[in-house]
Design a protein around this ligand. Structure first.
Ligand SMILES: O=C(O)C(=O)C[C@]1(C(=O)O)C=C[C@@H](O)C=C1
Length: 316
């Protein structure tokens, strides 16, 4: 049987690795670490992989802007990339230090850490802990939380610490100084599962998301989500309102709206709109019709795909 190839942000033991492992079975897929989200997007566009699992937002810290910038695709570099699924991962962060550096653990920690390492998304998820215990300590952005764990595991010179998972501590052989340092116990990151729509392999090996669970004999209502990006004529009054009304007209419930700079002119934006509709109500047709109408009132408009809503499904 052909094995699926799935890209994620490495090195091994990142949160993206966990999300990829949760979404694809080890028996049927090879999970392949990539050094950046951009590398994973490029591998997908070039059909070196069949899927990529990429974080897009966090319940505490908001959008992953690096991912939005890749989806903005200002240079048309990822024209064949679409969303085909999503995965919600509860994210618990730990403070990691080199093995043996603090034998007394957190209870005897003497305040001597001089540098902290993590992925930019993680700082904002642990702000309460960091401002209480590490005020003024230098923060170094690195490419992933597992990269941060790898760095402190090897660093013999500095008194550095990483913010990463317990899984990363075990994988990279560091001590865990403190667990659950995230501001909120419900800290969750949503990952998008992306595929190349022209890849014959991923068309043959269609990725299937779990359907809603049955609770008390009742199946949760299945909702489909769709991501559409568009730009508008900013000088035309009502242009944005007209675009958003189209979703309402087709019974598509707006669930999130994000923007990123268009980089064509200052203060002009690319809009990212996600909308949902219960699957039984002819979602496909509603999306097709909405896209048709949107193209009449927008400058550019791109359909990024439709997939099964995993949030509503798990919240029955
Ligand atoms: O650095 C990692 O471990 C990642 O997989 C990236 C990432 C993100 O960009 O959101 C994933 C989950 C957490 O929110 C923190 C970091």
């Amino acid at each position: 049987m052909t094995r699926l190839r799935v890209a994620f942000l490495g090195p091994l033991a990142s949160f993206s690795h966990q999300a990829a492992a949760d979404s694809f079975s080890k028996l049927t897929a090879d999970l392949l670490p990539h050094a950046s989200f951009a590398d994973a997007f490029a591998a997908l566009q070039n059909k070196e992989v069949d899927y990529a699992v990429i974080p897009c937002e966090n319940s505490t810290n908001g959008s992953v802007v690096q991912t939005l910038d890749l989806l903005a695709d200002r240079e048309d570099a990822y024209t064949d990339v679409k969303v085909c699924g999503e995965h919600y991962l509860t994210v618990h962060h730990c403070l990691l230090a080199r093995k043996g550096l603090y034998p007394g653990g957190w209870a005897e920690y003497d305040g001597s850490i001089t540098k902290l390492y993590t992925h930019p998304q993680a700082w904002g998820q642990c702000e309460n802990f960091l401002s209480k215990h590490f005020k003024g300590v230098e923060r170094q952005d690195v490419s992933s939380t597992s990269k941060a764990a790898e760095i402190v595991s090897k660093d013999m010179v500095e008194r550095g610490a990483a913010i990463a998972s317990r899984f990363a501590a075990e994988h990279h052989g560091t001590d865990v100084l403190r667990e659950d340092i995230e501001d909120r116990a419900d800290n969750t990151t949503r990952f998008l599962i992306l595929r190349n729509v022209l890849s014959e392999r991923s068309a043959q090996l269609e990725f299937e998301q779990p359907s809603p669970p049955t609770v008390g004999g009742q199946t949760a209502q299945l909702t489909h989500k769709t991501l559409i990006t568009f730009t508008i004529d900013h000088s035309s009054p009502g242009a944005l309102a007209n675009a958003l009304l189209i979703f309402k007209a087709h019974g598509l419930n707006l669930t999130t709206i994000n923007t990123r700079p268009s980089l064509k002119k200052p203060w002009q934006y690319i809009f990212f709109v996600e909308c949902g509709k219960t699957a039984s109500e002819g979602n496909g047709e509603a999306v097709r019709n909405a896209l048709h109408d949107l193209r009449q009132v927008t400058e550019t408009c791109r359909d990024f795909g439709t997939w099964k809503d995993q949030l509503r499904a798990s919240n029955v």
